[in-house]
Design a protein around this ligand. Structure first.
Ligand code: HOZ
Length: 425
């Protein structure tokens, strides 16, 4: 029995399922999760001393790779002055300025501690602002473990077989209208049926918690228009895509301004940070100026914001997006060519440094099609790769991330391993 297995056996006695977040349990791909002792650059080192080229990137934040020297320095400098103040601090201004400068729709921003808090606060604010209760979400979009959004959710909720979590009161779930992604008629019908009742439409504009699924042509533009026509807010959950596919996220790339945006992951530089922001007239409805209450003891924490600011400045200064996109395209094309030669129905959706693998004959445009993918093939490839030192996201319903620290050598090795795994299917 190796060290990881020993730790996992012990963890299972102390922690539900042995993990502090279900996606870490490898339920989609089977087998046992490994324990990590060290993360550096593009690699993780397991408790058994194995070095893995990592494409999970701590589930998104690690765009600069792990243990980045600038981020570490920013945290140590902040640490000299204390760990938490519980008062306003100058980092909060710097972070707000950075986010507002780059994310086109954000005029005011509030910091929280996770993406879940960010989406939760967005929907409360939307409800408080519009005086309406219902929310439209899309099947397979995962917005963290927020009660009213944990209905037909993606990510770990699919791996574990509970896209509709237990523990959500029916009365809450009834306020959530779940629609298929990429289907505008469904949205139109919902607006007709629930006229004047819908506070907001929330979506991941690029769905990144059920593999990776893109909106069809004009889908986002039409959603924007429908929301405006129905006096309902449009909320983009850019926790995964914010600062990942460009400084301004999907909204900049697609030139759509949502009313509210939820952010997380990269803006924390590896420490727990989330944020939500949008138009001033909406954000000003938050307490203490307005009646919508939202708070947090550790919100705007100096260490977390120092890390996040360093992370955003590195992106501003180095603008790594072209190279990351080129690497993403290289991975996509190598895997597709190999699958075509082998006669396997593989799709590799990719944008910038994000990619996913669907073994599916039908183009994956929504949750229902995604979950019919041949996951047994994915699992085989995942395990063959892991055995050879490549750590892909441990589920076909997650997205893989490339970081600035993945060298050409890392990528060549990865492609060699993955193409061999595909050929051996
Ligand atoms: N959004 C992340 C996965 N898709 C969350 C990671 C987690 O649930 O631990």
């Amino acid at each position: 029995m190796n060290q990881s297995e020993k730790y996992f056996n012990k963890a299972k006695k102390l922690i539900p399922g042995g993990v502090n977040s279900p996606v870490r349990a490898f339920r989609s791909v089977g087998g046992l999760p490994f324990f990590t002792t060290k993360a550096n650059g593009a690699t993780l080192t397991t408790v058994d001393g194995t070095e893995l080229i990592d494409f999970v990137g701590t589930w998104g934040p690690a765009i600069h790779g792990h243990n980045n020297a600038e981020i570490r320095k920013a945290i140590s400098t902040a640490l000299e002055s204390g760990t938490s103040f519980g008062t306003p601090n100058p980092y909060e201004i710097e972070m707000a300025e950075l986010i507002i400068k780059h994310v086109p729709s954000i005029e005011k921003i509030r910091m929280v501690n996770s993406g879940t808090e960010a989406t939760m606060s967005c929907i409360r604010l939307a409800r408080g602002f519009t005086g309406r209760d219902k929310i439209i979400k899309f099947a397979g979009c995962y917005h963290g473990h927020v009660d009213s959004l944990l209905v037909k959710a993606g990510s770990g909720a699919i791996d574990c077989g509970y896209p509709d979590s237990a523990g959500i009161p029916t009365s809450f779930a009834n306020e959530t209208i779940v629609l298929p992604f990429n289907n505008l008629s469904a949205v139109e019908e919902a607006f007709q049926k629930y006229k004047d009742e819908i506070a907001a439409v929330i979506l991941e504009p690029y769905m990144a918690n059920v593999g990776l699924i893109f909106p069809g042509e004009n889908y986002l533009t039409n959603l924007r228009k429908m929301c405006s026509d129905n006096d309902c807010l449009l909320i983009f959950d850019e926790v995964m895509t914010g600062f990942r596919i460009g400084l301004g996220g999907v909204q900049e790339k697609e030139n759509i301004k949502p009313d509210l945006t939820a952010l997380g992951k990269i803006i924390g530089g590896g420490l727990p940070v989330g944020a939500f922001g949008g138009k001033s007239e909406i954000m000003d409805r938050l307490a203490p100026d307005g009646p919508v209450y939202q708070a947090g003891t550790l919100s705007g924490n100096p260490l977390a914001l120092a890390a996040g600011i360093a992370s955003l400045k590195l992106l501003e200064n180095n603008l790594p997006y072209n190279r990351l996109n080129a690497v993403g395209k290289k991975v996509q094309s190598a895997l597709l060519q190999c699958a075509i030669r082998k006669g396997l129905p593989l799709q590799v959706p990719q944008v910038g440094s994000m990619f996913a693998l669907f073994f599916n004959e039908i183009p994956v445009t929504n949750f229902d099609i995604a979950v019919k993918s041949k996951n047994e093939i994915f699992s085989k490839i995942f395990h063959s790769a892991l055995d050879k030192g490549i750590y892909l996201a441990p589920s076909p319903f997650e997205t893989c991330f490339i970081s600035t620290q993945h060298t050409d050598e890392n990528i060549s090795k990865t492609l060699e391993v993955l193409t061999t795994a595909i050929n051996n299917i």
